[in-house]
Every structure is written in structure tokens, then in C-alpha cells.
Write a protein that binds this ligand. Sequence first.
Ligand SMILES: [Fe+2]
Length: 445
Amino acid sequence: MAELKYISGFGNECASEDPRCPGSLPEGQNNPQVCPYNLYAEQLSGSAFTCPRSTNKRSWLYRILPSASHKPFESIDQGHVTHNWDEIDPDPNQLRWIPFEIPKASQKKVDFVSGLHTLCGAGDIRSNNGLAVHIFLCNSSMENKCFYNSDGDFLIVPQKGKLLIYTEFGKIYVQPNEICVIQRGMRFSVDVFEETRGYILEIYGVHFELPDLGPIGANGLANPRDFLIPVAWYEDRQVSGGYTVINKYQGKLFAAKQAISPFNVVAWHGNYTPYKYNLENFMVINSVAFDHADPSIFTVLTAKSLRPGVAIADFVIFPPRWGVADKTFRPPYYHRNCMSEFMGLIRGYYEAKQGGFLPGGGSLHSAMTPHGPDADCFEKASTAKLAPERIADSTMAFMFESSLSLAVTKWGLKTSCCLDENYYKCWDTLKSHFTPNSRNPAGHN
Ligand SMILES: [Fe+2]
């Protein structure tokens, strides 16, 4: 898919026309009496009309038929999608999952939408405050079927298999180690090419932003120019039997039929678009003297709450980097956090746990649940010679970190059959090294 073109930037005002219809964007106005090529004009609002300019998001779409042209929505099977955070009792334990199993195509065809499984979440969809973590497990492309989410934005993290995502704004090709954000209301359809797995962070009521950089300065972490926005592409395709539009609305799934493909947008302009980002482009900041900076230095995107500095959810990565801190226990420190930490692994090995935390699996350390390196990691790191060393080469772990206290679904705790009942044992063999009569028997500081 190297031939796909993108526009570079984060949150830009962009304009794009399918090259087959030059001049398809109206000049000097949004809503002419008759649009070029006799298209319909339709606005997609991603923020309240009255939001300040810094957070105001909308795009104008020029399309063959407006989105309103469809048969009524009807409720469909919910599969494993839920927003019921009370279906199972809370569990404050450290939780870890072995890789979530992908259904075999030879046994059952499962596409991106029917393969959505809600793992955990919190908050309230109706009041636009909260989040959900979903796992997608699929083996087939969506056929004459698209999806849109009335409840929030999807940050999609493919872990196994590539995704070709058709959107109303154009086509996006996403492979593992890249992420894609499809914002609220945007219709999209996913083609896959093999048994495919990944993670989704859904946020309600707000959109992802780049974190402020403070003393870091004007550059660093995820740079705006590395975010890629698709260019306009349309198909004028009638579908006999109807094209199915699936909608997640107030946490429930609905389907409606319409006559033609929804990817009938010939031109668009605005600042409310889907986008993708390659995690390799993240400019890593780290300690170069001693001790740790907190993992917030690895934040790619943040979804802010109304409380200053407190996120509904942060998307954080642990990329390949140098570890050079002197006189320091270099692995992640032992930690209890008022935030909830869901972690996943795209590829490789996570430094604090060499076994058990595997690509395609996950872990959840809930609010104030203690966690940290396992016994083996502690012993090795406490005696290691502190030369500069590469950390996490060929590895990409990530974290969805939330200020909300997350409830785990029944699928997550039971139905998936992926919960690792022995996770707690990785700290079981930690032993006391306390030497009450000697401050420094090994000669360290
Ligand atoms: Fe932590």
C-alpha cells in the first residue's frame, strides 16, 4: 500500500479532492446553492459549535449522497461489546492475560466489528465521560459493511496483521507498530489479510491531543508532522441487497441498510479527520544522569479530563532507547498509582517481566494495585554493571493509563479464558535483603 498518499500534520485545517474530480471543493464558501459536480455538502461536527478555536473540530464533506439516506437502524447482536461495568464484581488484583486467541478463519469468519471484545472500562457514555479498552480478534474483511461510533473515538493499536481502513476521508494502511485514530462519527470499514489482533482505546466526550511539552521545548516526543491524514477517495458503488452501516450508540450495536457505499466523499476540508502515526517516529526523552523520569515522558497522545494535568486516558509507549543512568536501579520502579494502567505488547519482550507478558496479551494494574519488576528482574538489575545499554530493541510495549478506576468485563475475567491465574507469583519469590546492622554491605551508595 505504499502508493497511498497522506497529508502530514496534527489537527491541521486540511483540504483534499479526489484527483478524478478536480475543483470538487467549493471555492470561498462551505454550502453553495449547488455544489461542484452536483455533490451534497454535509458537515461532521466533532465538537460543540461553540467550542473555542483551540478545541473546535469539524469537517465539511462533499458527497454523492448525504449520510441521512438510509433505512432505519435496528438493534443487532451485541457480541462481546459492552458498557456494563457492573456485570461482574470488582477485582483489585494484578491481572495479566496470555495472548488473546484469534478465531480461525476455517472455523468461523469474523470481521473487525464482530471481533470486538470489551475488556475493561469506566465512566458513562450518556454523559460523555469515560473510556473502554477493547480487543479486536478477526480473520475476515468487512464486506459491504462499515462501522461508526456515536459514543467516542477509537485509538486502534494493531498487534498482528495489517489493516487497510476505508474511511469517508480516504484510505489508511496501518501495520503493527503504527496506530490509527478514528474519531467519533466517522464511518470506516476494515480489510484484513490474515488472522488479525489488536487493542483499542475508546474515549468518550473528548479527543486525543498531543501532550504539552513544558520545559522540553518546541520539539520532541510525537512530533506533529509525523501524523498522517488520508486524502480524499471515493467509490460510486451501488450495492444490491444494501450496504450495512453498523452504529455503536449508547454502547449498543445497531445496523441500517443503505443503497450505496458510504465512501462516496469526493472532497473534504476541515480539521476533524482520522489519522495514523508510526511509533518509530517517537523522539524519546529519558534520564541521562541518574534515577527515572516518570513514564509520562513516553506519552504519545492524551485525552484530557477537566482537571488540569489529569487524563481520561493517556497513550504511552516504551520504545527502543538507551539506558545510561548511573548508580540507578534501571528497570521500572515499584509502584502504586492512583491511575489505572492497562498494558499491552505489540512485539518483543518487556524489560520488567521477561516471561509471561507476551505480544497480544495484556495486563491491568488497577488504582493503587502494587506492581513492579518480578524477582528475577530485581536480582539481575541490582547487581548489573551499569554500562550504557540498549533497552527494548525490537520491542514495543504500550500503556493505556487512566484516571478512572476500570471495571473488567465478564469476557475479560472469564469468557476469554486468557486470564493468567498465576500472575501474582512473579512477586512471590521476592525476598528480603534487609541488613539491619550494615548500611552498605555491598559497597553501593
Ligand atoms: Fe506503574
